[in-house]
Design a protein around this ligand. Structure first.
Ligand code: TPP
Length: 546
């Protein structure tokens, strides 16, 4: 991510910049007057937070330990009447679901906007999810931009809606939009908002003991009609009644429809950018048409609702559920063109000159030495179990290492190792990075310490969150060793994962395996990418910004 010279030229001449979707969300939040930004890194949402960190130093923006903590910190800021943005990738919202759900009941004071980056096609994720469903599940409104300008506008609108209805609001974007650039015009009229502070709320509204929670849940339910009216009237939900074929599209799907059919489109079109779903608009297009095609990025969220169990008599409903569009992966211009019976989209013929290259450790990566030591230390055993986690080290699944047997979700390795050892497996080892350990490895380790589980935990401390672009890590160096001792770890060794230390690293791992009970080894050596990244982060600050 960076602020290019070109961006500055645009901004100076037209009060506009060429921005990534992520950057546009960040600017929308800055211009809405946030006092704080909270996040834990995760593609494709990382640059939202990083932009705020770089361009707006007066806004509180420090990485949080994980997404749940990020959400709670943002909620605390909202409680005292200031606006806050919290951003994360889709699986991060799984981690933050608990405070997210409860915050729909407490409500908010200062506007609270949750920006979520979904990753259809799994460019950089362990699964595919559609966060609109989680907004619906929590009964909170959601905005879904189609382009970078809307990323900016909708983020601002989300803050207004959040404060006027005292409810958290989601902005959902997808990788294709988060990581591509478009021209964004600014209108920074609300920035002074961060100076003002709204009055504190009634503690009874925020203390979710059953008697209060029931009352607050009824309030949330009563709010739904108002939120639906806001969607019906939203400038982001646009209906054009024309031909008897109707298209209902959302997010970048709208761009592909426009590209396939051109601006002289004869079909009826409903473009949805604000939820809860605008039922009346949907009813109108369905009553007008005898065929509806859904072009949604993600799950067939609206399509499924409309189809229900029985369908709509007299109206053919097409989309992902009948195979008109593929269920998995991203929408593509060519699949949308095909679904609409339009000429195939012209594709940039770039693929033939790009050679496929499997991911691999960087030259000199300390994880590579750790994995080599792990392989040699366990080679004498018939069936060593090598659980791992999410981070660069998961590349140990590749040859020549083959030293990763699982990478399920952040923090899973320690608990899985503990579970497997209880079933009698031996030896059981796990590898986990320093950032992942801080995110969600400490609590399972606490359980393993208390039970003295017969496992070896190898913490690969490269002093950063390398996989997502080298963000700061909270559990590194001596601090990490102190934390481990504080958690009660007794058998603790430190190794320096360099090729020249291979023999002593192997010896340390063997010793840990032979130790009856829990052993922890910390492999301490900074990621070789840290230095270039830190330089890139010192890019010039946007002119005239806070
Ligand atoms: C819940 C969740 N949040 C964020 C991510 C994105 N992510 C993948 S790995 C990772 C952390 C990697 O850091 P670390 O464990 O220190 O390993 P490294 O890459 O530095 O080797 C992050 C933030 C994710 N996959 N899941």
């Amino acid at each position: 991510m960076g602020v290019s010279l070109l961006d500055h030229v645009w901004k100076n001449e037209m009060n506009a910049e060429l921005l990534l979707g992520d950057e546009a969300v960040a600017w929308g939040a800055i211009d809405a007057g946030i006092a704080g930004a909270y996040s834990y890194a995760g593609t494709p949402a990382t640059e939202i937070f990083e932009t705020i960190q770089i361009v707006a130093p007066s806004i509180w923006a420090h990485w949080s330990a994980n997404e749940k903590v990020a959400y709670e910190e943002a909620l605390g800021m909202s409680y005292v009447g200031k606006r806050a943005l919290v951003s994360m990738k889709h699986v991060g919202l799984n981690v933050a679901m608990d405070p997210f759900m409860s915050s729909a009941l407490t409500g908010v004071v200062g506007g609270l906007v949750l920006a979520v980056g979904d990753d259809p096609g799994m460019h950089s994720s362990q699964d595919e999810q559609d966060s609109r469903i989680l907004a619906d599940f929590a009964k909170v409104p959601c905005f879904e931009p189609s382009n970078q300008q809307e990323c900016y506008e909708m983020t601002r609108a989300a803050f207004t809606l959040s404060e006027s209805h005292q409810i958290p609001v989601m902005v959902r974007l997808v990788t294709r939009l988060a990581h591509s650039r478009g021209l964004v015009k600014f209108h920074p009229d609300e920035r002074a908002r961060s100076q003002t502070r709204l009055p504190l709320p009634d503690p009874n509204d925020w203390t979710l003991v059953p008697v209060n929670a029931r009352r607050r849940y009824r309030r949330l339910l009563a709010l739904q009609t108002k939120l639906e009216s806001a969607s019906e009237a939203s400038p982001f939900n646009v209906l054009h009644l024309r031909g008897k074929r109707g298209i209902i599209c959302t997010g970048p799907g709208y761009n592909y429809v426009r590209e396939a059919l051109g601006s002289e489109m004869t079909d009826s079109l409903l473009r949805i950018g604000q939820y809860p779903m605008p039922t009346l608009l949907i009813q109108q297009i369905v009553a007008h048409c005898d065929e509806i095609i859904f072009v949604e990025e993600g799950y067939p969220f609206i399509e499924k609702r409309l189809r229900g169990l029985m369908g709509v008599p007299g109206v053919s409903i097409r989309g992902k559920l009948d195979g008109t569009l593929p269920f998995d992966g991203e929408l593509l211009p060519e699949s949308v063109s095909k679904a609409l019976g339009a000429p195939a989209a012209v594709l940039n013929d770039i693929n033939p000159i790009m050679t496929g290259r499997p991911p691999q450790y960087c030259k000199g990566c300390p994880h590579s030495s750790s994995m080599n030591a792990l392989v040699d230390a366990t080679s004498a055993y018939e069936e060593p179990l090598l659980f791992s986690d999410i981070g660069c080290y998961a590349l140990g699944i590749m040859p020549p290492y083959r030293s990763v047997h699982s990478a399920v979700e952040m923090g899973a390795s320690v608990g899985m190792a503990h579970g497997a050892s209880r079933a009698g497996a031996h030896p059981v080892l796990c590898t986990i990075g320093d950032s992942t350990f801080a995110h969600s490895g400490m609590t399972p380790l606490l359980g393993a310490v208390l039970a003295d589980a017969n496992i070896t935990v190898l913490i690969l401390d490269n002093a950063t969150t390398a996989m997502t672009g080298a963000q700061d890590s909270m559990a590194t160096g001596d601090k990490l060793l102190e934390m481990l001792r504080g958690l009660g770890v007794k058998d603790l060794q430190v190794i320096d994962p360099l090729p020249k230390n291979h023999a002593s690293s192997v010896e340390a791992i063997r010793k840990a395996i032979e130790h009856e009970g829990l052993s922890v080894i910390v492999a301490q050596r900074p990621c070789i990418q840290i230095k270039p990244r830190k330089l890139a982060m010192t890019l010039p600050v946007h002119q005239g910004e806070q």
